[in-house]
Design a protein around this ligand. Sequence first.
Ligand SMILES: CC(C)(COP(=O)(O)OP(=O)(O)OC[C@H]1O[C@@H](n2cnc3c(N)ncnc32)[C@H](O)[C@@H]1OP(=O)(O)O)[C@@H](O)C(=O)NCCC(=O)NCCS
Length: 184
Amino acid sequence: MTAADFQHPSTCTVHPVQAADLPAVAAIHGHYATRTAACAQEEALPVAWWRRRADELAGLGLPFLVAQLDRRVIGYGLIAPWKPGAVYRHTGEVSMYLDPAWVDHKISQPLFDRLLAEAATAEVHQLIGTVGHWGPGADRAIAAARRWGFTQVDVLPQVIYAHGRWMDLHLLQRQVPHHPKQPE
Ligand SMILES: CC(C)(COP(=O)(O)OP(=O)(O)OC[C@H]1O[C@@H](n2cnc3c(N)ncnc32)[C@H](O)[C@@H]1OP(=O)(O)O)[C@@H](O)C(=O)NCCC(=O)NCCS
């Protein structure tokens, strides 16, 4: 199936990442790392790095999911600790990256719905989204995050230097519903 034939995100399935998915995850990340400021790296990361990342998140009970169409990985989403330090233990940062052929097809919605459900299970109370403003793709990411229930809380000017220029970082946040442990 090609992006042009695509009908509805319900045909896309969402699964916990498996070792066999990691080369596709690394390729998707590498596309954005080398061309945009959508991620924190300017270079692609090796599959071994992604294997360690998957193990780290599994050890913390945090979700790392892939979206598949016809058994092909077309995107991934994960929740990582927002900052180091015990006081931030109930705050997670969402990252989501789709194969560029599949952006703007609402694929992100089922992936985000599952991340949100798993965030509650992992006792995440607040979710942070950070979007580096590198171009129109960043406006798409901000629009998608608003649809997922995030509110923009701030813009940090020129905290990113990537691919030879300064960029602003948009900070977004939403609460996770039904968190079993309320903050004291
Ligand atoms: C961000 C991303 C995960 C969103 O997933 P998606 O499935 O493409 O998003 P959707 O199709 O659900 O929604 C895209 C929204 O952006 C809007 N949009 C598209 N292009 C836009 C643009 N240039 N400017 C503003 N809004 C735009 C669409 O209208 C839609 O908004 P709506 O839901 O209000 O109609 C995906 O586009 C992606 O992987 N982007 C590249 C990586 C990235 O930037 N990740 C975010 C950093 S964590």
